[in-house]
Design a protein around this ligand. Structure first.
Ligand SMILES: C[S@@+](CC[C@H](N)C(=O)[O-])C[C@H]1O[C@@H](n2cnc3c(N)ncnc32)[C@H](O)[C@@H]1O
Length: 161
């Protein structure tokens, strides 16, 4: 079995030409992603990060989900991680809501090969529509605006605002 038995969408999804151009929507082919993942650790090396269920992965501009799907494939199929744990530790951000929704459906279809659990909550939490520069990755929520940050400072000093 290869990744294409689980997901065959690596270059199928296309938005309109204007969106493609303005957001730079081109998708990374699987063989390139494989090389990228191998830089972090190979499947052959049983001590590599891909066997560690506690590690997290993020694609900050996830597009149609090519890299997310490839990372899930590596963790679950190639390295034998528990599918729900693996999904819980993979994250993505995408600016274009249509593209994000496509990716989320694709992730759902991919995960259905491994579990019949309802994964909607994890998928909605881990894959979000935002400008990456406005997303607080550490706390996994939208970044505060400057005004909100300043308000917090005043409040911490006991000033009512
Ligand atoms: C070159 S594609 C790469 C998609 C995917 N990572 C891949 O390798 O197949 C870049 C994606 O980032 C999205 N994007 C562009 N600017 C962004 C931003 N500021 N924040 C989040 N996503 C953004 C685009 O809509 C597009 O889907």
């Amino acid at each position: 079995m290869t990744i294409y038995d689980y997901d065959n969408d690596f270059s199928h999804y296309e938005t309109d030409q204007e969106t493609q151009k303005s957001l730079g929507q081109v998708w990374t082919p699987f063989h390139i992603i494989e090389q990228m993942m191998d830089k972090a650790g190979t499947v052959e090396d049983k001590n590599s990060v891909w066997y560690d269920e506690t590690k997290t992965n993020l694609d900050p501009t996830m597009g149609a989900g090519n890299i997310v799907i490839a990372m899930l494939y590596r963790r679950i199929v190639q390295c034998g991680q528990d599918p729900v744990v693996a999904l819980s530790n993979v994250y993505g951000v995408e600016l274009d809501s249509k593209t994000l929704n496509y990716a989320k459906e694709r992730i759902k279809r991919f995960m259905a090969h491994f579990t019949d659990k309802d994964l909607t909550e994890i998928i909605n939490h881990n894959f979000v529509c935002s400008d990456i520069f406005k997303w607080d990755i550490e706390n996994w929520k939208p970044k505060k605006s400057e005004v909100e940050e300043q308000t917090d400072v005043w409040r911490s000093l006991g000033v009512e605002v």
